[in-house]
Write a protein that binds this ligand. Structure first.
Ligand code: NAP
Ligand code: ZN
Length: 349
């Protein structure tokens, strides 16, 4: 066992505190990673504040992990000391079910193991703790190779924000000739714009206001509209083949569904705790679909990282000290993120 520095919350209304956690000994198939940067995802906030359900505290969040390999187990074949690597939202799965075999471990029939707030039922049964810490030990099959051409701090958010948007964009075939709208220009949204643009789609941002128009267009958006302006919904009625909704709160789905053309799909990746409802006639009209998508499998995550390297896409980030996590959470909740906070783990030493 190795005792390492971390930042944890000890209750839903509590602030982050400096603490230590135990990491397991490096097993035969394990990789020990010196974490350099950890992104702050809105899911960390939903979890830490018990918005999705009860949590066993203390909780160390963080599932956008970028670092350097510092030790490998005797049977590890994919990684060596010094490699730049990442870990995303999962650290294990059964490896045998239909979905794992297909490389969709996020839909493991027996349940994937979350990077934090989970229990590694396929390993030694330990409670998982995430990336707001100096080191992590992960079985090599859940470690990703980070391209050397992307700086570690800009690569960290790809492990969740990148794959969560890349996966539905690929599944619903964003590309040339496709009109794609991205709702919400936060951590996920800004990566969705960059990736959809790189795939060749015509990209529209639907943000609450016009405040971030210049940034959205710099990320690759062709058009930018404010959802606070009702005229937006009249103007864009029946326009899109695909809408990716990244909003962390409930939105009025019917207003967005009306923006889909024939056979269009609206994919919710945003994960607000409360249910949302749909007027069925907005689905019947134009044979529209309403769908969801959760992160992406390990194979596709590697594909996304290679795609981002090829297109020189990293996240647009604000690097913070570990002492500023609470402030960063408040800014994320108030849609004041430009466009992902990334913790410099050196500040935890
Ligand atoms: P984020 O950085 O906070 O971005 C969300 C954006 O949504 C905000 O920047 C804001 O954009 C917009 N927004 C926020 N509140 C709103 C409201 N009340 N009404 C309308 N728009 C609002 O969050 P994130 O890290 O990108 O995560 C977004 C959501 O995806 C979270 O719910 C998270 O848990 C979920 N998530 C899901 C998966 C998955 O596998 N499906 C993976 C990761 C995250 P504008 O200022 O541009 O309007
Ligand atoms: Zn996330």
């Amino acid at each position: 066992m190795k005792t390492v520095n971390a930042r944890a919350v000890f209750g839903k209304d509590k602030k982050f505190k400096t603490t230590t956690i135990e990491r397991r000994d490096v097993g035969a198939k394990d990789v020990l990673i010196d974490i350099k940067f950890a992104g702050i995802c809105h899911s960390d906030i939903h979890t830490a504040r018990e918005e999705w359900g009860d949590i066993e505290y203390p909780l160390v969040p963080g599932h956008e992990i970028a670092g350097v390999v510092s030790e490998v187990g005797t049977e590890v074949t994919k990684y060596k000391i010094g490699d730049h690597v990442g870990v995303g939202c999962m650290v294990n799965s059964c490896g045998e079910c239909e979905n794992c075999v297909k490389g969709e471990e996020q839909y493991c029939l027996k349940g994937m193991v979350g990077t934090y707030a989970g229990v590694d039922q396929y390993g030694n049964g330990e409670k998982t703790q995430g990336g707001y810490s100096t080191h992590i030990v992960v079985t090599e099959n859940f470690v990703l190779k980070l391209p050397d051409s992307i700086e570690l701090d800009e690569a960290a958010p790809l492990l969740c924000a990148g794959i969560t948007t890349y996966s539905p964009l690929r599944h619903w075939e964003a590309g040339p000739g496709k009109h794609v709208a991205i709702v919400g220009l936060g951590g996920l949204g800004h990566m969705a714009v960059k990736i959809a643009h790189a795939m060749g789609a015509e990209v529209t941002v639907l943000s609450q206001t016009m405040d971030k128009e210049e940034d959205g267009k710099m990320f690759g958006a062709d058009h930018y509209y404010a959802t606070k302006d009702d005229a937006t919904f009249d103007k864009l009625a029946g326009s899109f083949d695909l809408i990716i909704n990244t909003v962390s709160a409930n939105v009025e789905l019917d207003s967005f569904l009306k923006l889909l053309r024939v056979n269009g799909t609206m994919v919710n990746v945003g994960a607000p705790p409360e249910p949302m409802s749909v007027g069925v006639f907005n689905l019947l009209t134009n044979r529209r679909s309403f769908a969801g998508s959760m992160i992406g499998g390990i194979k596709q995550t590697q594909e996304m990282l290679d795609f981002c390297a090829e297109h020189r896409l990293g996240a647009t980030i604000e690097v913070i000290s570990a002492d500023d996590i609470d402030d960063a959470y408040e800014r994320v909740v108030h849609s004041d993120v430009r466009y992902r906070f990334v913790i410099d783990v050196a500040t935890m030493a």
